[in-house]
Structures are given as C-alpha cells and as structure tokens.
Design a protein. Structure first.
Length: 528
C-alpha cells in the first residue's frame, strides 16, 4: 500500500484491505473514500466489509465509485462534499489511486472556481431535504433532465425503505429485505449526499440549518421530509409494540411480527380477537390499515381458522374509504370476513401486558381485550417544518396544490407526505409529484414561473385477499383516474391483474424507474 499526498490532509492510494486499517488509524487517517466499484476484481474486499472495520476504529467512510458509465467528473460534486464534511486527514483509494487522484483534482478545481463562503456554509444550486421516495425521485428527475446540475440531498439515515411493501411483509408476501436498500445505492449519480439532520429553515436567507451547526445555502429548496408517526399520542402504545400481540405495518422492523401473529392466531384453539385500528386523517396510505386486516383475514380463511377469530376494525372516521366508488367492493369484503366495523372509534391507550386497548367513541371510552392488535399511529406534520416559516396553520409545508411551490417563497417547493396538498399521502402521489417539481425547479433556476401541474393523483391498491386488489386511483376531489383501461382493470372491483401489478410490477417500477428518474406513465402535465 503506497500512500501519496496530493494536498494538505488529503491522500490517495491503491486498494485498501481490512488489515491496513490499524496502520491507517495509527498514522492519523480519519476518513476513507472508496472510489473503486464493488466486484471489480475477485480478490477485492467489498465496501461494506471495509466500512464496518473502519467504523470500529473510528474512521469515517464514504462510497463514491468511479467506473463504467460513472466518471471522475460525475463524482466530483459528491467528492467535494466529502472533502467539506468528512474529518481530515482523508485518504481516497481505488485500484491504483489514479481515479482517486482525478476525482480529487476535479473536486478541488470546482472548489477553486467557487470557494466556500468565509462563514463555513455549504452551497448548492438545488438542496433537497429528505432522501425518501419523494426526495430521491425528484433528484433523479432533475439530473435526468439536466446532468451535471449541482444537487444535494440532505438525509441522515443510511437506510432507504420501500414503504408500500411493508403491508406485503406483514401479509407474508414479501421478505423484509425486499423493502430495504442503502441510501448510497439509491442516490442518483451526480447528487451530493449530506448525511445530517435538519434542525431549521431560514427561507429569508435561503438557508437550511443542520444539527452539526452548519448552514446549507441554496438557490432552490425542495422539502420532502415526510410526516411524523406520532406513536406517543396513544398512551402506552410505543412501549407495547413488538410484544404481547401488539404490532404495526407502519414500521419496517414490526411488519414481520405482524405476519408472525397472523400465523399464530391461525393455529390457535378457541375464540380469539384481533383488533385493527385507523387514526384520524390525514395518514400515510389511507388504505393501509384495511390492507393489513384483509390480508390477515385471507390467511385465516385459507387455514379454516377465520370462524374462530373475532375481527374488529376501529376507524376514527365515519366512512370505510373516502372515494365512494370503491366502498361497495370493500363492504363486500367486510361481509365476507365477518368483520365488525366500528366507526368513530379512536385508539387512545394500550396496555400490552394486559392485552387491552381503549377506544374513544361517541358513547364514551370502551376497553377491548385482544390477542392481536394492529395499531396505526396518529400522524402529524414534521416538527421541524411546523416550527419554520414554511408551515401552514396545520404545520405542513405550504404549497400551491398544483405547482407545488410555496406561496410566500418562490424558490421553495415541497412534495410528499409532509406538504399541504389535500391528496392521498401515497408513494404513487410522490411518483407523480416528483417530475412536476423537477420541471418547476429548473424553471425557477432560470428565473421563470412554474410550468408543470400536479392534479392530485394518488393510488391505493387495496389488497382484499392474497390474490386480488381493488385498485383505487383518483385525483383531487375524489375524481376517478385509472391509469390502465377499465376493460383491463376495473379498479372498483377486486382484480387478480391488479394483484400482479402490486406484487410483481410496482417494486421494480419503484427501484428501477421512479428512483432512477424514469417517469413511466407519469409525465408532468403543463400548467394551464
């Protein structure tokens, strides 16, 4: 291993091996940047192995591979970000060190052309806060349209989740690993990753504030932070989760427990009770509470166990679904499974050890015992947005419902679960919103008004059993908006083809389409 300096506190070398790390730590190296793609050679350790070993020695890491279609120039913005945020001394490596030297030179050239401000702030043309579905989709759409655009994504988590798949994990259809990727794997090529937590917004000075104390200055801001799952709003719920029959598909780590409980109840003898809850709107995917229930009932029906299980659906609202055209098929499903519908019934407390849940109803509080409780948490605006000038009265990022631009800040846009649009909060909505925001952001960078419009589209594939789905698709005002011809899929009736769309087609569309900037069937409509 030959290490050569190319700038103060910046070094490059050939391939680093796990056994080199003790030496590197002893000579003071505090960060490693890997520029060699995994799998380039058979004797090459993968980055995950090196990352784990480096962290054990207090060495920070970043993975910025160069090779194939990814050039040193492509990775220069991300490398510049690594230089700005990782501790020094920093060592970058590839097979020989040549690619690392090229990308380091390109990054330093960018810095020389536009030096960082004296106050230490980080500057980017477009800053996207949130690396979930909406944020990554917007970044990908931007870079597809304008390669080389200076885009940064602020996201503290190293994990990225396919949240629509959680229900399928809870129904025994998907594995948990099917719904998880590393953030670095889904981040679009050319985008910088600022792995920090946002603590505030100062739109009057085009500033995002980070937990580290640093400021990020933007020309255009995109807010995609999502909403908050307010587990704490139900007394005892958070402490009860994951044990004593209390579960929720709204958390990746708990969805497997849902499936475990479904299987256990299918084997039980004697009468048992399963409770499913839905909190007040708005929530992520308004159909998800029902989907968990219907998939469980389908499994119990297949195992001839349903007759011994009392199923109750406690819905804080007064209707089964907000778009009337889909209700008849859902009511038929409720009747098929013998579900006891309880409207205007809100979960307010859980005693896990006693296996009791308390609900607030119009007639007063009632307590129900359970063997299984699938609880959906109340949801509210992200507290960072709510405390900022970007918020509306409810705490959500305020935007025009069509252009997705903030009314008070012409260089600020928002999308996804954390914005004020009155649409269903679904991944399908984010998929439709991302291209609209991308087009309007590029217009804003050119000093122009928005040119693209979002129609409020959302989709909720309601899994009525393991094999059939009621495919709800609608725009603002509950107007039906089927993507495919109704002779192929009548969304108001259970369909096997819709099941295959959900189970087989939508995951690759998400990973390989939406997160890659491929806008299949969702081209941005012009603003009329």
């Amino acid at each position: 291993m030959h290490i050569r300096p190319i700038a103060p506190d910046l070094y490059v070398s050939g391939q680093i091996l796990p056994e080199d790390l003790d030496h590197l730590a002893s000579v003071g190296i505090r960060a490693l940047v890997c520029n060699r793609p995994d799998g380039e050679a058979g004797d090459q350790p993968d980055f995950a192995t090196l990352e784990e070993a480096a962290r054990a020695r207090g060495i920070a890491t970043a993975y910025l591979p160069i090779g194939g279609e990814v050039s040193a120039e492509d990775q220069a913005p991300a490398f510049a970000e690594a230089l700005a945020t990782l501790p020094r001394p920093l060592l970058a490596f590839c097979r020989t060190g040549n690619r690392s030297e090229k990308v380091a030179s390109a990054a330093r050239a960018r810095a020389a052309a536009g030096p960082a401000p004296s106050d230490g702030a980080i500057r980017h043309a477009v800053v996207i806060v949130g690396g979930g579905s909406a944020g990554i989709a917007t970044a990908a759409s931007l870079l597809k349209r304008k390669p080389g655009l200076d885009v940064a994504v602020i996201e503290p988590s190293e994990d990225h989740f396919y949240q629509p798949g959680f229900t399928m994990v809870g129904g025994g259809v998907f594995k948990p690993s099917d719904t998880l990727r590393k953030t670095r794997e889904v981040l679009p090529r050319g985008a910088s990753w600022i792995r920090e937590r946002v603590t505030g917004f100062a739109p009057e000075s085009n500033t995002v504030r980070l937990a580290s104390g640093k400021d990020v200055i933007y020309e255009v801001l995109v807010v995609a932070m999502g909403n908050r799952l307010a587990w704490d709003k139900v007394e005892g719920l958070e402490a009860a989760l994951g044990q004593n029959g209390v579960t929720s598909n709204y958390r990746h780590d708990l969805a497997p427990y849902t499936w475990q409980l479904v299987q256990q109840l299918a084997k039980g003898a004697g009468a048992t009770r399963a409770l499913f809850t839905q909190p007040p709107m708005p929530i992520k995917c308004a159909g998800a509470p029902q989907k968990a229930m219907y998939l469980a009932c389908s499994e119990w029906e297949d195992r001839k166990a349903l007759s011994g299980i009392e199923v109750e659906f406690h819905n804080a609202g007064g209707v089964l679904f907000g778009v009337p055209e889909y209700v008849p098929a859902l009511m038929e499903t409720v009747a098929r499974y013998g579900i006891d519908l309880r409207f205007n019934s809100s979960l307010v407390a859980v005693d896990g050890k006693a296996r009791e849940a308390t609900f607030r109803t119009e007639a007063g509080d009632i307590t129900r015992s359970f063997d299984m409780l699938h609880a959906v948490p109340p949801q509210e605006a992200n507290p960072v947005i709510a405390a900022s000038p970007l918020a509306d009265a409810a705490g959500y990022a305020e935007v025009d419902p069509h252009t997705l631009r903030a009314p008070r800040w012409p260089n600020v846009f928002a999308l996804g679960d954390g914005c004020s649009t009155p649409n269903a909060k679904t991944a399908a909505a984010a998929r439709k919103q991302g291209p609209v925001v991308a087009v309007n952001v590029l217009a804003a960078l050119d000093g122009n008004a928005p040119v693209a419009s979002y129609d409020g589209y959302g989709s909720c594939p309601l899994t009525v059993d393991r094999g059939h789905i009621v495919l709800a698709e609608f725009t603002y005002g509950g107007k039906l908006a089927p993507t495919l011809p109704t002779w192929l899929i009548d969304g108001t009736r259970p369909s096997r083809l819709a099941w295959h769309l959900k189970a087989d087609a939508l995951p690759p569309i998400y990973w390989k389409g939406m997160l890659k900037g491929r806008e299949w069937l969702v081209p941005p409509a012009p603003l009329l």
